[in-house]
Unconditional design. Structure first.
Length: 389
């Protein structure tokens, strides 16, 4: 039987973002195609976990509560942890995988990406963040503003990390957009290893028609910080002076500020929206706004809207434009441009049905996505794919 060993810092039910949710769903769908699944994590126990590495200093999900000194120590350890090499190496010997598939590995260190090749095992890495170029993995400064270029500190950090990967890096790197591929192509050792594999459009509940609302309702769903453009969105919405509503879902550094500052009855700050509440959120809006001011690698929330045929106003940055449906392309705007975003909000309010699109486009179905992943496995020398890739 073909075996895939997934490596991810976090794993359901312990999650912080889309990377571990994607990795878990990928694992489940591969199992349906006949793969046996094992998982190595950073101190997380759960289904399929065969081994875990002890967190250094603190659990990854508790990072926001840590002091600057403790975070700095964490980043130093994240360059290379011998314990990760030992634990992952033992898991490879015990589980005997056909392929190792790494995902978000913050806290597991560069050892998570060098150990498989050193053990002679085919290795595919899915790029979910900027970890190979930025010590914070976000390309966002400590104050929450986006980095337009790689800073000196991160250049030194990434240089040391990528020096280790030149000899024993993954055989293939899967990225979700052409923009992400272009960014990572700047790293010398990735030459010939990058594969653009469009993310799958999530499966949404089938419905005959979208609900209608008395007033056009815009929605934001994601992390609440400056780099995500939430403050720009609130300012643009107010400047547009619309007979409309704005619903903001998510958590982050700006949550309390937004709740304190937003006294407008037309703007609702929801806080964290869990999986059970997400469908209600999407049914309550007529248009999703993705105002990121940082370089998103893919922008998976765009696909969640797309699956439900919800128009998207997206910032023209990173991988977002590649995922926005064709019908919503005229709604793209310069990131951080309040006036241009306000104009797009007015355009949608005037004719919201005009921008309702389809699920098709640059993204793929889950079956197509699985075929592409299995094809990458086969390219690296793993057992032949089972899904026609």
């Amino acid at each position: 039987m073909a075996r895939a060993l997934m490596v991810s810092s976090l794993w359901p039910p312990t999650v912080m973002g889309g990377a571990e949710l994607y990795a878990s769903e990928l694992a489940g769908r591969l199992r349906n195609r006949g793969w046996e699944i094992g998982v190595v994590t950073l101190g997380v126990r759960g289904p399929d976990v065969v081994a875990s590495v002890r967190p250094f200093g603190y659990a990854l999900q508790d990072y926001a509560e840590q002091s600057t000194v403790r975070r700095a120590a964490f980043h130093v350890a994240d360059l290379y942890r011998p314990e990760t090499h030992r634990v992952l190496g033992q898991a490879i010997r015990d589980f005997e995988p056909s392929v190792v598939h790494t995902h978000g590995v913050v806290g597991l260190s560069t050892a998570a990406l060098t150990t498989p090749a050193a053990a002679g095992i085919p290795h595919v890495h899915s790029v979910h963040d900027h970890w190979l170029m930025c010590q914070r993995a976000t390309r966002v400064r400590r104050d929450g503003t986006p980095c337009e270029t790689i800073c000196t500190g991160c250049s030194v950090w990434s240089g040391a990390r990528n020096a280790l990967l030149r000899r024993h890096g993954p055989s293939a790197l899967l990225v979700g957009s052409e923009d992400a591929a272009a960014e990572h192509a700047k790293i010398a050792w990735t030459t010939g290893r990058l594969r653009v594999v469009p993310p799958p459009v999530p499966e949404a509940p089938r419905e005959v028609s979208r609900p209608t609302h008395e007033r056009t309702t815009f929605g934001y769903l994601g992390r609440l910080d400056r780099a995500k453009g939430v403050a720009t969105l609130v300012s643009a919405f107010r400047a547009a002076r619309l007979d409309a509503r704005l619903r903001i879902g998510g958590t982050g550094p700006l949550l309390d500020d937004l709740r304190d500052e937003v006294g407008d009855a037309d703007i609702e700050v929801l806080g964290w929206v869990d999986a059970a509440e997400k469908e209600t959120f999407f049914r309550s809006i007529d248009c999703l706004v993705v105002p990121s001011e940082c370089r998103e690698l893919a922008g998976l929330v765009v696909l969640e809207a797309r699956a439900r045929r919800i128009p998207v106003i997206g910032a023209d940055i990173g991988g977002i434009p590649e995922l926005v449906p064709e019908e919503s392309q005229p709604l793209l705007f310069r990131p951080g441009d309040r006036s241009e975003l306000a104009c797009r909000l007015r355009t949608v309010t005037a004719s919201p049905d005009r921008f309702v699109g389809s699920r098709a486009g640059a993204a793929s179905t889950w079956e197509e996505h699985l075929d592409a992943v299995e094809a990458a496995y086969a390219e690296t020398g793993a057992l032949p794919s089972r899904g026609g890739g």
